[in-house]
Design a protein around this ligand. Structure first.
Ligand SMILES: [Zn+2]
Ligand SMILES: [Zn+2]
Length: 333
């Protein structure tokens, strides 16, 4: 197919320097994670990089949100999205560039901070693709919108950006594209039509006990026992398959979908969300051979360890190809 050939040629010819972007990933992003709503430093790294490339940059949208625009003639307006925030986890990967950061979280408790959801890899891929498409801009037309949203882990960042007049600050996009790392084999991309994600919500339950003298334990109410009796049945509900099957289509465990639902817009903007693997291929193959894939460190764990290659190369290729699928490419490039 000609169009696919042209796109692959552009990606091959303008593929960004991976060593440079791996260094950004390790030294500027992974080593310096920031908790939700505190992504000040990360925002500066992203914004200055985009400015250097030649994007027009807007900051402080819905908190620390950043958007880079590259208008490049007529054609589709393609929005690519990454998150900015990290998790309150003490990193235990032992990597030379592991985080040692501690931050005071919203509950005023000092915690470790770690990019245990690989938002640093998403940022590195998106910055790489911004560089690729900027260098290749003579070969495509349309508008490129790169969006870095804050506070994804609490599922509030996209909403905050929209409520801060995001859609008055950027053109309405034709399509929204985003990717997320998962602990499958690095070098692979997972995509399928239809719904792929489940719903996530948090709730706080207060269980009240009553104190009493040690000589009269019969007059006390022990909240620990009450909590234990509540937890076991809740665990059963979480695992019930029927719950997953009954999900409504407009809820996902990632708020990127909100960027495809501009308020007042009759039709939602089409969006695609896919996964890229991060586990070292040999480690994954070995675990697969002995039936131990569930033992691999999952996302949101202290030992989650994406291998930089071939994860970065795969993420850049997938994101660039997706963007060029919607942008107008001059044929015969
Ligand atoms: Zn996460
Ligand atoms: Zn995430």
């Amino acid at each position: 197919m000609q169009w696919s050939h042209d796109r692959r040629k552009i990606i091959g010819r303008f593929f960004p320097d991976l060593d440079e972007h791996a260094a950004i990933y390790k030294d500027l992003l992974h080593h310096h994670p920031e908790l939700p709503c505190q992504e000040q430093r990360t925002t500066s790294v992203v914004a200055s990089r985009l400015k250097t490339l030649g994007f027009s940059v807007q900051r402080h949208i819905g908190g620390h949100g950043v958007v880079g625009l590259l208008p490049n003639g007529p054609g589709a307006k393609v929005l690519l999205r990454s998150e900015l925030d990290a998790l309150p986890i003490i990193e235990a990967t032992g990597l030379p560039y592991a985080s040692k950061v501690e931050q005071v979280d919203a509950d005023v408790i000092k915690k470790g901070a770690m990019h245990a959801c690989a938002h640093d890899m998403h940022m590195a891929c998106l910055l790489s693709v911004a560089a690729l498409l900027h260098s290749a801009r003579a070969l495509w037309s349309g508008t490129l919108i790169v969006l870095f949203q804050p506070n994804e882990e609490r599922l509030l960042g996209a909403k905050a950006m929209i409520e801060d007049n995001l859609f008055g600050k950027i053109p309405l996009s034709t399509v929204c594209l985003a990717q997320h790392c998962v602990p499958t084999k690095s070098g692979t991309v997972a995509v399928k039509p239809g719904r792929v994600l489940g719903f996530l919500d948090s709730l706080a339950v207060w269980v009240y006990g009553r104190g009493a003298h040690g000589a009269t334990p019969q007059l006390a109410i022990d909240p620990t026992v009450l909590v234990a009796s509540i937890l076991t049945p809740l665990q059963t509900v979480e695992r019930a398959a029927e719950v997953v099957q009954e999900m409504t289509p407009d809820i996902v465990a990632d708020d990127s979908v909100l960027l495809a639902l501009p308020p007042g817009n009759k039709e939602p903007i089409p969006y695609v969300y896919w996964n890229i693997g991060v586990t070292d291929p040999e480690t994954w193959d070995r675990a697969n051979r002995v039936g131990k894939l569930w033992d691999l460190a999952p996302t949101h764990s202290a030992t989650y360890t994406p291998v930089i290659e071939p994860t970065l190369r795969t993420g850049v290729g997938a994101l660039a190809l997706s963007a060029l699928t919607f942008l107008h490419v001059n044929s015969g490039t």
